[in-house]
Design a protein around this ligand. Structure first.
Ligand SMILES: Cc1cc2nc3c(=O)[nH]c(=O)nc-3n(C[C@H](O)[C@H](O)[C@H](O)COP(=O)(O)O)c2cc1C
Length: 192
């Protein structure tokens, strides 16, 4: 396996996270699901607004087919095997000021980051998807305009890459690289 992993001493739940496409048949229990959502719940947010919402569907359960149907084909072909799909939304209004919450998506990202760390620490995998049709999903679930539909999160237990369509198998075995810290971090002065 090609492994462009960090050589520094990261927490295992950060270093071990990746976005799986292969999921096993093992179901996610109510307790396991509640625990990863609880991790999201305790994220910080601007003015403690907690703008995030999660519409959770289970394979063969209510709403699952409609959410799956909203995914781009390239995502649907593997995401359909996962036991849980969750739509991640934000409420756009900061209630304390009755104004647009410009940090809503930022705060959702923090919550989903925590969800991912919790899931990884439990041996689960999660994969965020921007490749879906917000209009189609909004219509299917009659979601009011004040909510922004941001991502769909695939959650489950990582499975065998051999079960994926051929063109995705090699990708599943390869970890994605990262830009060097020197490109991302600027000390004292900014160099565009
Ligand atoms: C907001 C967001 C949208 C994404 N959309 C997709 C997607 O539509 N399809 C997909 O296969 N992966 C998607 N990804 C996964 C990224 O491609 C992945 O996180 C990135 O390549 C780094 O790989 P890693 O998560 O395995 O470290 C998305 C990730 C994020 C955070």
């Amino acid at each position: 396996m090609n492994e462009p992993r960090s050589t520094l001493g990261l927490l295992p739940a950060i270093a071990g996270r990746y976005s799986p496409r292969a999921y096993s048949d093992r179901p996610v229990t109510d307790e396991e699901l509640t625990l990863v959502l609880e991790a999201a719940r305790w994220a910080p947010s601007s003015m403690n607004e907690q703008p995030w919402r999660f519409l959770v569907t289970r394979r063969d359960g209510e709403g699952h087919a409609a959410l799956l149907d909203g995914l781009d084909h390239s995502n649907r072909i593997w995401a359909e095997k996962a036991p849980v799909l969750m739509l991640a939304l934000v409420h756009r209004i900061l209630h304390r000021l009755n104004a647009e919450n410009h940090h809503a998506r930022h705060d959702l990202g923090l919550a989903v980051g925590q969800l991912g760390v919790q899931a990884t620490s439990m041996g689960m995998g999660m994969h965020q998807l921007g490749g879906f049709s917000p209009a189609k999903v909004r219509a299917a679930f009659a979601i009011p305009e004040v909510y922004d539909l941001v991502t769909v999160i695939v959650l489950g237990w990582p499975g065998d890459a051999a079960g994926l369509p051929q063109h995705l198998q090699e990708r599943e075995r390869t970890r994605s690289a990262r830009k060097p810290l020197a490109e991302l971090v600027h000390y004292g002065r900014f160099k565009p």
